[in-house]
Ligand binder design. Structure first.
Ligand SMILES: C=CC1=C(C)c2cc3[nH]c(cc4nc(cc5[nH]c(cc1n2)c(C)c5CCC(=O)O)C(CCC(=O)O)=C4C)c(C)c3C=C
Ligand SMILES: [Fe+2]
Ligand SMILES: [Fe+2]
Length: 335
């Protein structure tokens, strides 16, 4: 591109990919968790109670009690390189960049906290990305995850004079490559165990039951992922929903009660996976691997194994890069 000598410098002609996940505190301290929860739980896509009712509860009760408890939970899973979710998402972006090479610039952002979506979009734009694929890494669509991530992207674009062209990654709950990657990952993890499980639990993050009745497809997407994975593996999977929050009715059965039930039914050896999480995080490493194990063993279970998420594994990254390449069709050369 030739510009007149008095023209301000412009960077153009590049393709960007922005991986997005939920977000996590900057530190495993009550103050950092409080900041994170205040932003997260004020999102009206996450808590659908009118703010006039909800904000006093959030500020008055939740943000005065929960941060200390959650900070303790974060301390148990925190790594040298930070929160697992932050470190793994950054590793996924690096791995995807290595696969895509010169074809696209890869970055990552979080819906809550940092790296902020608006900042990373601006950075991609500054590096010349005129076309950007936004990829919220949630296999199952949910208003509280996929839609709010996209909302934040659109809100950032609304402030740009010169917007990039935009694509968003569709949910991939039934994508053959996703199911195949889960199968490889689960079977590899199972093969490394020194016991044969009597039951395998697929635990998905819960949502209020009301969101299903209002038309959110999340529950159906989770069920379909579990069915396809079970068919691919030729093994039964027990589906459950974790992380209940608040007093409303949530999707059932709950993971904690399912683990207790299985122990009571004589299923003494259990393996559990979390196929809806693209990266291990507090909800998998603390809630499932630590607390889930405790409830199962206390209820009479004998052996328990938590099977890790796809994270930046070879199978996981091959799946993500295939999805991304597919969505970039017409923008980049086919592989
Ligand atoms: C109303 C409350 C919540 C809804 C709805 C919800 C939906 C939802 N969340 C995820 C994925 C993650 N959630 C994580 C943490 C987390 N979630 C809630 C509450 C709701 N989630 C809270 C209060 C917390 C914070 C931790 C705690 O205090 O218990 C995380 C982990 C973040 C991390 O830092 O590791 C993820 C990931 C999905 C997929 C989802 C709906 C489908
Ligand atoms: Fe959550
Ligand atoms: Fe939780």
């Amino acid at each position: 591109m030739t510009l007149p000598p008095d023209h301000p410098p412009v960077a153009t002609g590049k393709i960007g990919v922005l991986l997005i996940n939920l977000g996590t505190p900057d530190a495993p301290t009550a103050a950092a968790v409080r900041r994170y929860l205040a932003e997260f739980l004020s999102d009206r896509r996450v808590v659908e109670i009118p703010p006039l009712l909800w904000q006093p509860i959030l500020r008055g009760i939740i943000l005065t009690t929960r941060p200390k408890k959650s900070a303790h939970a974060y301390q148990q899973v925190w790594r040298e390189d930070g929160s697992p979710l932050a470190a793994i998402t950054a590793a996924q972006a690096r791995a995807l960049q290595a696969v895509l090479g010169e074809a696209a610039i890869v970055d990552h952002a979080m819906r809550y906290g940092r790296p902020a979506i608006a900042d990373r979009l601006a950075a991609l734009k500054a590096r010349g990305c005129e076309r950007i694929l936004v990829a919220p890494l949630y296999p199952q669509y949910c208003g509280a995850t996929t839609a709010t991530a996209n909302d934040m992207v659109f809100a950032a674009l609304a402030k740009m004079r010169w917007q990039p062209a935009l694509r968003t990654l569709p949910p991939y709950f039934d994508d053959a490559g996703y199911i195949a990657a889960l199968k490889v990952s689960v079977e590899t993890s199972l093969a490394s165990l020194d016991f044969e499980p009597d039951a395998i639990v697929a635990s998905f993050h819960g949502m209020p039951q009301r969101t299903l009745e209002l038309g959110d497809p999340y529950h159906c997407h989770c069920r379909k992922t579990a069915r396809l994975l079970s068919e691919a593996m030729g093994r039964e999977l027990v589906v459950a929903f974790q992380s209940r929050f608040g007093r409303a009715k949530w999707l059932e059965p709950a993971t904690d009660t399912t683990l207790v039930r299985l122990a009571g039914e004589g299923k003494k050896r259990v393996a559990i996976l979390a196929p809806g999480f693209s990266a291990d995080c507090l909800e998998t490493l603390e809630e499932l691997s630590i607390r889930g194990q405790e409830s199962f063993l206390t209820a009479g279970g004998e052996r328990f194994a938590y099977l890790p998420c796809l994270n930046d594994s070879e199978a996981g990254m091959e799946m993500v890069s295939n999805l991304v390449r597919r969505e970039l069709a017409g923008w980049i050369e086919p592989a």
